[in-house]
Write a protein that binds this ligand. Structure first.
Ligand SMILES: C[S@@+](CC[C@H](N)C(=O)[O-])C[C@H]1O[C@@H](n2cnc3c(N)ncnc32)[C@H](O)[C@@H]1O
Length: 240
């Protein structure tokens, strides 16, 4: 992966835990990080993906997170933060000091995303994306990585593509795709055939509440006439 990664490209490496040859627990992120750094890759983030369900061991805490290492070759060519913003906890919050005192302090498109991804369900038996693959990942996980670090038309590669989660996500997001797996070829082909390219680019940090707050602000500051229709208000907001 390091050899074929383009300059500015990003490796999103989802890692779990394994056991060493003496049966001791070994998180793979710890095992691999120094090797990956030794190849010249730069660690950008260590994402904690929290999961709601899993095995419950008898004498140990139940593992309810997985880790993704995000590494780049040089500086990442893209960081499309707006594609991964999260809802503001208080969209109406205002600066209480400094030159922006009294003004809305948040970003209109939502808060800066963090390295804790706690809004993505893992694939349990009743998950709508469930295929016959025993270790399938949710599309939402791949989608966030693809949107953050690539532009439409760019190439996404998954060498362990399994049921085709990355293939299908890349197609839906308008990216080119190359990949492999030892097995599950028919499963991937079916999934790809059933996937259509998306036509909507979502802004996940924008909520009805935040839009209402910023529209009210635009009216109050005279950017939008108080009597303007909702359509005009939306248009002005879009331009802003
Ligand atoms: C955790 S699963 C990936 C699941 C996939 N992300 C999905 O959502 O379906 C890991 C995959 O790696 C594949 N695999 C294991 N060793 C491999 C190898 N040497 N070359 C290619 N694929 C391999 C397995 O067949 C398995 O499908």
């Amino acid at each position: 992966m390091e050899r074929t990664l383009a300059e500015g490209g990003v490796l999103f490496l989802q890692v779990g835990a394994t056991k060493d040859d003496q049966g001791r627990l070994l998180p793979m992120g710890c095992l691999l990080l120094e090797h990956l750094r030794g190849m010249g890759l730069t660690l950008q983030n260590r994402v904690i993906w929290t999961i709601g369900h899993g095995l419950t061991p008898r004498r140990r805490l139940a593992a309810r997170h997985e880790v993704a290492l995000i590494l780049s070759k040089g500086e990442p060519a893209h960081f499309n933060v707006n594609a991964a913003r999260i809802a503001q906890k208080q969209p109406g919050k205002r600066a209480f000091k400094g030159p922006r005192r009294g003004q809305l302090s948040g970003h209109p498109l939502g808060a800066h995303p963090t390295d804790v991804w706690n809004d993505i369900a893992n694939i349990g038996h009743n998950h709508p994306e469930k295929t016959g693959h025993p270790a399938q990942f949710p599309s939402a996980l791949v989608e966030r990585a693809v949107r953050l670090y690539t532009m439409p038309g760019e190439l996404v590669c998954d060498a362990f593509d399994g049921s085709g989660t990355t293939t299908a996500t890349a197609k839906r997001e308008g990216r080119s795709f190359i990949g492999a797996d030892l097995f599950y070829e028919d499963m991937r082909a079916q999934r790809l055939a059933a996937t259509r390219m998306g036509t909507v680019c979502k802004l996940p940090g924008v909520t009805d509440e935040s839009v209402a707050v910023w529209q009210a602000e635009a009216v109050a500051s005279g950017h939008i006439a108080a009597g303007a229709s909702k359509k005009t208000q939306q248009l002005v907001m879009d331009i802003c």
